[in-house]
Design a protein around this ligand. Structure first.
Ligand SMILES: Nc1ncnc2c1ncn2[C@@H]1O[C@H](COP(=O)(O)OP(=O)(O)OP(=O)(O)O)[C@@H](O)[C@H]1O
Ligand SMILES: [Mg+2]
Length: 190
């Protein structure tokens, strides 16, 4: 009996998570609240997310790391930076496999800032890379994973609203790298 209650509770949690994601995605589509008025330091947000997920990661044998120049800033709300970082980190925890290392990094690149999540885990087939950002797309449907396929669609929406683009690199057995390429200053856009 107890096991059934637990299972039901787990399913309710999963449905709640799905509803939250769908609501969040439609909120983003209405174009609201991604961009910040002032500059926000990126690294502390990445470190906060890594800190929060550290325990879950170590339980499945995934190491988390954070790297980059603490001086790099973006005109993106802290909550939105955390949404991006959290989705990338949760994916590595869920899919990369034991023994993998996942790194959240922020780097300067010409007039852009690159926020990337890189792991050296199982990866996805190269032919799937282009579709990862589609809603409800899951690279390995046969696997009994709990994902709904919205996480990377959310990442793409946040980055796009901030004037940036996303890219996926890697291959089967070659890990996965998700790159978010964002303009260093939004004022350069307008
Ligand atoms: N680090 C990774 N390593 C291997 N496969 C990955 C990784 N990140 C994502 N994937 C693959 O990409 C798919 C899409 O990821 P996405 O985050 O969009 O959805 P999800 O994790 O399935 O569900 P949700 O994020 O909505 O809970 C995943 O189902 C998984 O197959
Ligand atoms: Mg996900």
């Amino acid at each position: 009996m107890h096991a059934l209650v637990e299972q039901a509770r787990g399913e309710v949690d999963q449905i709640r998570e799905l509803i939250d994601e769908v609501l969040f995605l439609s909120e983003l589509e209405s174009g609201s609240r991604v961009v910040s008025l002032g500059a926000v330091a990126v690294l502390p947000e990445l470190a906060a997310v890594a800190g929060e997920l550290e325990e879950r990661a170590s339980r499945v044998g995934v190491a988390l790391a954070v790297a980059g120049d603490p001086g790099i800033e973006l005109e993106v709300r802290p909550r939105m930076l955390r949404v991006v970082a959290q989705n990338l980190a949760e994916n590595a925890i869920r899919y990369a496999g034991p023994g993998a290392t996942f790194t959240l990094a922020v780097e300067r690149d010409a007039g852009n800032v690159i926020l990337r999540g890189t792991d050296d885990g199982v990866g996805v087939a190269e032919s799937d890379l282009g579709r990862l950002f589609e809603r409800f797309y899951r690279a390995d449907r046969a696997r009994a994973s709990r994902g709904t396929g919205l996480g990377l669609a959310i990442v793409k929406h946040v980055v796009t609203q901030a004037g940036g683009t996303v890219e996926a690199r890697g291959g089967l057995g070659a890990g996965l790298e998700i790159r978010c390429i964002l303009p260093a200053r939004r004022s350069a856009l307008v």
